[in-house]
Design a protein around this ligand. Sequence first.
Ligand code: PMP
Length: 445
Amino acid sequence: MNHDESRALYDRALSVMPGGVNSSVRATRPYPFFVERGDGAHVVDADGNRYLDYVMGYGPLLYGHDMPDPVRSAVQSYASDGPMYGAPTEIEVEHAEFVARHVPSVEMVRFVNSGTEATVSAVRLARGYTGRDKIVVMQAGYHGAQESTLVEGEPGDVHPSTRGIPQSFAEHTIPVPFNDRETVTEVFEEHGDDVAAVLTEPVLANKGIVAPVDGYLQHLRDLTDEHGSLLVFDEVITGFRVGGLQCAQGKFGVTPDVTTFGKIIGGGFPVGAIGGKSEIIEQFSPAGPVFQSGTFSGHPVTMAAGYEYLKFAAENDVYDHVNRLGEKLRRGITDIVEDHAPSYTVVGTDSMFKTVFTREGPSDRSECCSAGCEQRESCTRYDYCPKTGADVGDAETERWERIFWQEMKEQGVFLTANQFESQFVSYAHTDEDIEETLEAYKTAL
Ligand code: PMP
């Protein structure tokens, strides 16, 4: 493959953008390919190379790169009417009503412009509602570029995970291992009266994909209820992907107090949202005392795209298609791995998948299988199945990025370059695409 154009563009970009990109994960080594356009399940780069795409914008593109007709015409019509106004529009109400109708925890919604903005606002909301400062998060969980959650460490020894954040922020955040009932129970025994919220993804999707073990999410629900804390599910990735229109909370049957959304609900445009019980969401200004605001929030073009996106999913076989292909891909890769590379594990659920390179994993079979795992009955690989972020953190990440990811890219398959980021099947993918992808995995492994 020739990458001359991309290399030249990256050279220019390095002079005017830090690291040559506008989001860190895009700076793939030795240089990223620059995308010229999308085409169904494919992207075409500046040198004319075609890739079968499983990055899918890091999650938003449920339909791949071609918008379904109603989405395309709504976007064009709202953009040409005048893109935004600084006054409310009907489409915001329509979108909020749709989300409230389908997602178990949601009665009211505040739309914002990114997943980060949603989680920042949700943390402020939880603190404002409860009058408490501490939040409990999952080790290795990701909730966007926000001060309160960019932390690392153990309960009692927590510090910011990046320069630029005062230690005092980290003092209010308690990271616990996902799927570990004991540690979170101990944290609540010690700090329960000070905990504003537990904030977690229902499925860790930024750390190689870790599913919740049976009963873990319910345990968080019980603990937060007992102590008057809020349970906040970050469904920025899982929302309207895992569990279809009911989201992961519907799939796992645990209803949080507050849910954050992003990605799919904007139909490919910048978006975030915070939803929940009216009593809580109405704490946001101007209804309540917790300040929240945004020039672009509820942007009509985004709202139109998001609403039509979800409506299309409600009226077509979208989730059946993407989940069937997701399962076909996971099963296919599992077979390849068993034959060619037994130290690797295939993880994921619904239309999400990833291959984790790790030889270490929990061997306590009683913890297995995960609630989200469809191979529950037939699995022979439980030893490797990750249960915490740390299990995946032990993976051979350099191997993924330097060898496997590059090899797949050269075969024309675009995966997430980071060992920890999920990959996504879209409605535009076909059975033939899956077969082609499995051949590429076979060669690369
Ligand atoms: N929460 C989760 C679970 C995410 O995966 C992400 C981004 N991948 C965010 C929040 C932040 O969203 P954004 O990048 O739109 O700010």
